[in-house]
Design a protein. Structure first.
Length: 130
């Protein structure tokens, strides 16, 4: 995975009907689902070939409950707080707080046109990966 700033590092779909969408994309695109435990439920990594993850399909629950049904892209930035300050200064908005998942610190943002994406930074040894 290329984690350099400016690169799209992941894509997933957050929807209320994750199993239905999982099955839809499995049939239409030939993706194979692999469960990812989220504690009380499972989201899905969708894979191709020998289990290579290409996207996720997530339930609109927990921290994702307020995310509209959308294909979400995740873009790496150098410094998350600086990028969030720029979002607000330039007429965008932060949707919720900073989240952490392993070495990935992220926040969902909305641009001035209302489009939603996630920006984040990798910390530690993953910070400048490629």
């Amino acid at each position: 995975m290329d984690t350099r700033p400016g690169r799209i590092v992941w894509t997933d779909l957050t929807v209320p009907n994750a199993p239905q969408c999982r099955d839809f994309y499995a049939e239409v695109l030939g993706w194979k689902p692999e469960e990812v435990s989220m504690g009380e439920y499972a989201d899905f990594n969708m894979t191709v070939g020998e289990g290579e993850p290409v996207a996720g399909i997530c339930h609109a629950r927990g921290v994702n409950a307020d995310i509209p049904p959308t294909w979400m892209i995740y873009v790496a930035v150098t410094h998350l707080e600086d990028a969030l300050a720029a979002v607000e200064r330039l007429g965008g908005a932060r949707l919720g707080g900073i989240r952490e998942m392993g070495a990935w610190r992220m926040a969902v943002i909305e641009d001035p046109a209302g489009a939603v994406l996630t920006i984040g930074e990798f910390v530690g040894e993953n910070a400048a990966g490629g």
